[in-house]
Design a protein around this ligand. Structure first.
Ligand SMILES: O=P(O)(O)OC[C@H]1O[C@H](O[C@H]2O[C@H](CO)[C@@H](O)[C@H](O)[C@H]2O)[C@H](O)[C@@H](O)[C@@H]1O
Ligand SMILES: O=c1ccn([C@@H]2O[C@H](COP(=O)(O)OP(=O)(O)O)[C@@H](O)[C@H]2O)c(=O)[nH]1
Length: 483
């Protein structure tokens, strides 16, 4: 098997030895894949430069080589803040009400993808496997083919794929999808997004999808499959057992003085359903006055994509809602919602998860949601908390023993909070044991091994087969959130 060339919008440089646990699960998995296969992780440095030079900053840390480029302010505005996060992100999360269709964004997106292609091209050797990540770089495979790259190339999409009836609102959608078909393997988080994609290529492009889900395209077979991402289970369990986790756990427990903790951990993103979550908690407090002084919601929400207006609006909306709910339900001795606009290292998060009786994970739409899996991994198996999980998160396809909810239904979520708080220990243990087995088994190492084996052409038949028909995939649009 050749080296791996991993390409993503951002690159996560491995931390020095001793700082393990400070990286996300995805970074851990990709770094370990790069150590095993050799190769390079290429992407944007996250830095601005006045004029694009294509200069590659090559670094080697802890056995992994990274290569990064800086982008011009106009590139960042039109590609990252523009087409990626004002057009594709909302559209892929079924929010066509927030989707902006601006020609300059499309041009900036193509220009930056071209810059990625030109910059990474000299790094690719004959036998290398090229693995591209996410919606920022959908046309990159096609651009590399145009520049003569013949290597096996795969794309993994971390977000949902929208139903055909929403996708066709995107100008030049056919061109975008056709460019994706230059990859040899296209991976999705769940069978739901896979089926939406297959529905599109059949209905809009008239292509043949074979029983093994390969797509016939211009004399080649493109493999489309679901590869559900997981967490680095062992690493996270170790983080949960660390001194930092224990201290964070004890600090939080002491501060709530016997009240039950509900925890939410999400980037401050409208797709995460935070407003609906706060309202459901307020409804729970209003409907159960005897419980009002006995429960507290800790919402950790680090700011994200702050230059994008829809993200500024969700921040204002949540500040207003928190103030309103706390004003209505606070007492001199407590406030019901602790809303924290700050990020925490993962070992501290693990301690917070373990202290919480309920993990409240209620996105309106989410590719996977790793927080749900981390919450399960951090629990004490002898006295575990309860996971309340949106049916619209990719994770709901695997975590069936969570309490699954419709995050749009304030009543349903409120009643489920009550059910979770009253759940007997035996039921909590049974559900947790089943969820833990799933999180442990379907971890991030398995995810990357299956993807890399499929890309290298050495994998067996698909292990995650679609469960819905093409017709039902088309109908998933009817369950869409506000659109
Ligand atoms: O890089 P940012 O703009 O700050 O955004 C952070 C990441 O957000 C998205 O994450 C997705 O990937 C997760 C792992 O597969 C998945 O669990 C989650 O449901 C997705 O939302 C985005 O797709 C990434 O590219 C960003 O790095
Ligand atoms: O303060 C924080 C909040 C979140 N996270 C991590 O960010 C990731 C969020 O991933 P998820 O798939 O849930 O959502 P995304 O933000 O990628 O859409 C998880 O690994 C969290 O542990 C973190 O390290 N510190």
């Amino acid at each position: 098997m050749g080296r791996l060339i991993v390409i993503s919008n951002r690159v996560s440089v491995p931390k020095a030895a001793g700082a393990a646990g400070a990286q996300g699960g995805l970074a851990v998995a990709l770094n370990s894949a790069l150590r095993e296969h050799g190769g390079i992780w290429f992407g944007w440095s996250g830095q601005e430069t006045e004029e694009f030079t294509g200069h590659l900053d090559m670094q080697r840390n802890d056995g992994v080589t990274t290569a990064t480029i800086d982008l011009e302010p106009q590139d960042i505005e039109e590609y990252y803040n523009g087409y990626a996060n004002r057009t594709l992100w909302p559209l892929f999360h079924y929010r066509i009400d927030l989707t902006e269709y601006d020609r300059n964004f499309g041009e900036g997106y193509e220009r930056v993808n071209e810059r990625f292609a030109d910059s990474v091209l000299p790094l690719i050797e004959n036998e290398d496997l090229v693995w591209v990540h996410d919606y920022h770089l959908l046309p990159l495979g096609s651009l590399l083919r145009q520049k003569g790259v013949k290597n096996r190339m795969g794309l993994f999409l971390h977000t949902p794929w929208p139903p055909t009836r929403l996708l066709v609102s995107l100008p030049f959608h056919e061109r975008l999808v056709a460019s994706m078909l230059e990859f040899d393997v296209i991976g999705f988080q769940t069978t739901e997004w896979l089926e939406s994609f297959l529905h599109y290529v059949q209905k809009e492009m008239g292509l043949t999808v074979n029983p093994d889900n390969s797509i016939d395209y211009e004399g080649r077979k493109v493999i489309a499959r679901a590869f559900p991402i997981g967490i680095d289970f062992e690493e996270f369990v170790a983080a949960a057992a660390s001194d930092e986790a224990r201290q964070a756990h004890d600090r939080l427990k002491e501060s709530v003085r016997g009240r039950k903790i509900l925890i939410g951990v999400d980037r401050l993103d409208y797709s995460k359903g935070l407003g609906e979550r706060f309202e459901a908690f307020a409804r729970f407090l209003a409907d159960n006055p005897d419980q009002a002084a006995k429960a507290v919601l800790l919402q950790i929400a680090p700011p994200s994509r702050e230059d994008v207006t829809s993200y500024q609006m969700i921040r204002e909306d949540l500040e207003r809602k928190t103030g309103h709910i706390n004003g209505a339900h606070a007492d001199v001795a407590f406030v019901p919602i602790r809303y924290v606009n700050q990020g925490f290292p993962r070992d501290e998060l693990a301690g917070f998860y373990r202290a919480a009786a309920i993990g409240l994970v209620t996105p309106l739409r989410d590719g996977m949601n790793l927080v749900a899996k981390e919450y399960i991994a951090a629990q004490d198996p002898e006295d575990p908390g309860v996971l309340i999980l949106s049916q619209f998160a990719g994770a709901a396809h695997q975590l069936k023993d969570a309490l699954l909810v419709n995050p749009h239904s304030i009543e349903h979520v409120s009643e489920t909070i009550k059910q979770a708080l009253e759940m007997p220990l035996a039921e909590r243990k049974r559900r947790h044991a089943s969820l833990l087995a799933s999180v442990r088994e379907q971890d991030v190492l398995r995810w990357r091994e299956e993807f890399v084996r499929t890309l290298a052409g050495t994998a067996d038949t698909p292990s995650v087969a679609p469960s819905l028909t093409m017709e039902s995939a088309a109908e998933t649009v009817d369950q869409a959130g506000p659109a």
